[in-house]
Design a protein around this ligand. Structure first.
Ligand SMILES: Cc1ncc(COP(=O)(O)O)c(C=O)c1O
Length: 296
């Protein structure tokens, strides 16, 4: 009855069954798989953040296919404060990073086309790709005391899907491994995208959280040699998963004008969210929440 794009809902795994049994027996084991910072007592909106969300501007409807210009300008200003130059005109707002992936897969791929991602890697790629009729191909990360890109495995993955790869996905810093690309690996990634004529999609939702003792993680923002989309959003920056604002920063060679066709495509489908308000970002609730996270 349902399409093959809908992931099969398997029976709960052994761990889930054990947890349910423990809870049914009145025990409350510590659940170390909780990944919601608010539930873990680490994030949340303070009164000022909640007040920003209650602004009268919420009632206004000013549709713009890329999201409100004021919000895009505020995000560009936030990125500039981190040393990254992004033109607000190259930003497209979405309701979440997951939604960004869905739009991108649809914009870049025809059904059956391939996006490549590292393994081990972010588990949601599989259902996100499948829902859009896209095939997820893998290349294996190598481990020798740290995770790194195995260029041979990457080339083999391109070869296995010759002519069908539309995007190479990287997550910086990677979930769940924490792997970070070094300069040589970033060059290898860009070279493969250029050689195979595919887009580079860099998920940088964890970039603002450098490892202790290290500087800010490098970014693909502004990469001009290949069509590039950098994904980011508030849910990780603020530690508030329900704060739904994601953004895509587009860059690349001038000839990729058509790639900015993400936006006309979205106009056609009417899919971009238009209710994102500038107060949300301008009031810098994300900064306040991060302060909350940092305070003892
Ligand atoms: C690497 C990575 N990208 C994207 C997301 C999804 O973020 P959002 O809440 O903006 O959909 C997650 C969520 O855990 C993530 O770990």
């Amino acid at each position: 009855m349902l399409s093959r794009r809908i992931p099969e809902l398997d029976r709960p795994n052994a761990w889930t069954l054990a947890l349910e049994a423990a809870r049914a027996a009145g025990r409350a084991p510590a659940d170390l798989t909780v990944s919601d910072p608010v539930r873990a007592g680490l994030g949340g909106l303070d009164a000022a953040g909640r007040a920003a969300l209650a602004s009268a501007a919420v009632a206004r409807h000013d549709p713009d296919p890329r999201g409100q210009p004021e919000a895009r300008a505020a995000i560009a200003a936030e990125l500039a404060a981190e040393g990254c130059t992004v033109d607000p005109g190259d930003l497209v707002l979405t309701a979440s990073t997951s939604e960004s992936y869905a739009h991108l897969f649809r914009a870049l791929c025809d059904p059956g086309d391939v996006v490549l991602a590292a393994q081990p890697g972010y588990p949601l790629f599989e259902p996100l790709a499948r829902l859009e009729g896209v095939v997820l191909g893998h290349w294996r990360l190598a481990w020798d005391g740290r995770w790194h890109v195995d260029e041979g495995a990457l080339d083999a993955a391109f070869e296995a899907h010759r002519g069908r790869v539309r995007a190479l996905l990287v997550v910086q810093a990677a979930a769940p491994t924490g792997a970070c690309l070094d300069a040589r690996e970033r060059e290898a990634i860009v070279a493969r995208c250029a050689a195979h004529g595919c887009a580079l999609v860099s998920d940088e939702v964890f970039r603002p959280f450098p490892r202790p003792g290290h500087g800010p993680l490098p970014t693909f923002l502004g990469e001009s040699r290949v069509p590039t989309v950098v994904l980011d959003g508030l849910s990780k920056r603020c530690g508030v998963p329900q704060l739904k604002l994601g953004w895509m920063a587009l860059s690349g060679p001038p000839y990729m004008g058509g790639f900015h066709g993400v936006s006309p495509a979205s106009q056609l489908l009417g899919v971009w969210p238009t209710s994102v308000r500038r107060e949300l970002v301008e009031d810098r609730i994300e900064v306040r929440v991060l302060h909350t996270l940092e305070s003892p």
